[in-house]
Design a protein around this ligand. Structure first.
Ligand SMILES: Nc1ncnc2c1ncn2[C@@H]1O[C@H](COP(=O)(O)OP(=O)(O)OP(=O)(O)O)[C@@H](O)[C@H]1O
Length: 209
């Protein structure tokens, strides 16, 4: 398995938010996470990318451990909280800046993704002028633009119109074809089912299926 989660437990303020989670994710797979509000979907995504320190258990990516607050074994594409875009800067400027923090900016791939999501003509616009859906799409572009092999998306279809949802689904299939591992938490069950190879049900911090 490319991503392995071994007996992962997270307790916050005496509440068990992840409860002995064991699961794994393969490359070339789209896996959906569904479950009620507060069931632990976001927490599971945060665990995978090392944003939280486990109370117990561990996560491996490509066989290497993810350690809280340390460099990740792999570049991960993440859309969990809204990225801190600078409103006074342009869409392109924001992406260039964020890619630069990690070392490289692939202009061609970023252009391709902006075109997929209908943002190319807005590349020179300031992000503060963007609608909610446009910001969401910019955040998706940001999570994909560095050829990340592991992609974690929390409610990526929130605020997207039908056309954008379809563009998103098509792009996720493309990411799968490239051999990337895509994990998507979403309440949009039907739209998720259309693209997911597998759906895990999360309840009370546990994987039910
Ligand atoms: N900083 C925190 N301190 C205490 N409890 C927290 C904290 N962050 C999250 N939780 C709790 O962890 C549990 C899991 O939350 P999580 O955000 O993973 O749910 P979710 O499945 O993503 O929900 P939603 O569908 O609403 O996005 C919830 O009970 C939540 O209250």
């Amino acid at each position: 398995m490319y991503v392995e989660i071994h007996d992962y437990t997270k307790i916050i303020k005496r509440k068990t938010v992840l409860d002995h989670v064991n699961c794994g994710f393969e490359r070339g797979e789209i896996c959906g996470l569904v479950g009620p509000n507060g069931s632990g979907k976001t927490m599971l995504l945060r665990a995978i990318c090392g944003f939280i320190r486990p109370t117990d258990g561990r996560v491996l990516i490509g066989g290497k451990p993810v350690v809280f607050n340390e460099a990740l074994p792999e570049k991960i594409g993440v859309l969990i909280e809204h990225p801190g875009f600078i409103g006074a800067d342009t869409a392109w400027g924001n992406l260039e800046y964020l890619a630069g923090l990690d070392g490289g900016f692939d202009e061609k791939e970023t252009e391709r993704l902006m075109k997929v999501f209908g943002l190319w003509q807005h590349r020179g616009d300031k992000v503060k002028s963007f609608s909610l859906g446009m910001r969401q799409k910019l955040a998706i572009v940001q999570a994909l633009m560095e050829h990340q092999r592991l992609i974690l998306l929390d409610e990526p279809m929130n605020g997207l119109d039908r056309e954008s949802v379809m563009a998103f689904q098509q792009e996720m299939r493309r990411q799968r074809e490239r051999g990337n591992a895509v994990i998507i938490a979403s309440h949009q069950g039907a739209e998720l089912q259309e693209i997911a190879d597998r759906v895990l049900h999360v309840e009370n911090g546990r994987i039910m299926s």
